[in-house]
Design a protein around this ligand. Sequence first.
Ligand SMILES: Cc1cc2nc3c(=O)[nH]c(=O)nc-3n(C[C@H](O)[C@H](O)[C@H](O)COP(=O)(O)OP(=O)(O)OC[C@H]3O[C@@H](n4cnc5c(N)ncnc54)[C@H](O)[C@@H]3O)c2cc1C
Length: 388
Amino acid sequence: MHLKLSPEDAAFREELRTYFTTEIPQEIRDAVAQRRELTKEQIVTAHKILNKGGYAVPHWPTEWGGRGWTDLQRHIWHEELQRANVPLPLVFNSSMVGPVIAAFGSQEQKEKFLPATANLDIWWSQGFSEPDAGSDLASLRTTAEYVEDESGARFVVNGQKTWTTLGQYGDWIFCLVRTDPDVKKQAGISFLLIDMTTPGVTVRPIELIDGGHEVNEVWFEDVQVPAENLVGELNRGWDYAKFLLGNERVGVAPVGATKRVLASAKEWAGDLVAEDPFLAARFVELENELLALELTALRVSANSADGKPHPASSVLKLKGTELQQAVSELVVDIAGPGAIASGAGEGSDLEHWQARSTPAYLNLRKASIYGGSNEVQRQIIARTILGL
Ligand SMILES: Cc1cc2nc3c(=O)[nH]c(=O)nc-3n(C[C@H](O)[C@H](O)[C@H](O)COP(=O)(O)OP(=O)(O)OC[C@H]3O[C@@H](n4cnc5c(N)ncnc54)[C@H](O)[C@@H]3O)c2cc1C
């Protein structure tokens, strides 16, 4: 199947390509291409430039910066960002809390948070998971007790969140908290916005297998949160979380980025591809699978009506992360003995991609866990798509 864009869509793609490759600093795009860890400043800089051009939150309601694009245009946008090595807009802001506040927040919350969220003036963290509440998220135990006295109406939050990605940079954290312990577990959860500088909030790093500091534990000890920071209705947080997690899954198949790494891998492999038929077959297989995934992504985005994600988004999550991991494994194999030198510094004789191959491979083990583990995605596919 060959997809041909209409002249309008092709012009739209050109417009994006030009903006992404001329406005986002080359140094940031090089860092993405070389699979380096980005600094906070690089992520913020790229996000702000995207927002200036109207490219950070195009899927939001137009009133809050959305562009009213078609699903195909949104898909092209996502692909072109990855193709140009532009860091994607911070997912916690653009795909998670922003759409939730826009859909369920009060007018005051929208005015206070949405422009700052779109422009990454506020860096949001996601406080959902807890030590015993990951896949079984509804078991979460962090409590928020409603109190009303002379100092005002507020929630007092106690508990622990874990795996909080880039929480060390977070200004605010959106949390699922238990506000009623006496009902069915899904029915006693609320969605709360918490300023991370509030006394009683502690962020502790978790050390990762690739040596990076990407995730954290966040502790809450008698944290006082103004009642107006509750999103939507009390005890309706589970509905908002489902809306958010559905959006999370749509963006989680990084087809463009994986295609780009695979294309680079071909360059890195050089003559090896011609010399080794088995290696050549691995390239061909991965290229074909990526093409199939790309077409599926198009079908899924075309079928997501009224902001409701299509259940097939689970297929994208599952297959997208499997391919991402398979390509990272291929790069390790191509790097050969150089793959062991993951600690090699800038002065090393090794090519940078070789030194990065193992940390990148190890880091991507996470992809089949976060955003809903792949085993759980298989359950969703079995139940909602295959009807098993
Ligand atoms: C790098 C990374 C970043 C993350 N970032 C964030 C973040 O910013 N904010 C946040 O809130 N959370 C974050 N998470 C948490 C992530 O969403 C959870 O790790 C994930 O939901 C899985 O939960 P768990 O780790 O508790 O594993 P568990 O749920 O304990 O699962 C353990 C194993 O059992 C399997 N399993 C569980 N239930 C079933 C089932 N019903 N059927 C079949 N198999 C099952 C799982 O697939 C897995 O293999 C992050 C996780 C990682 C690894």
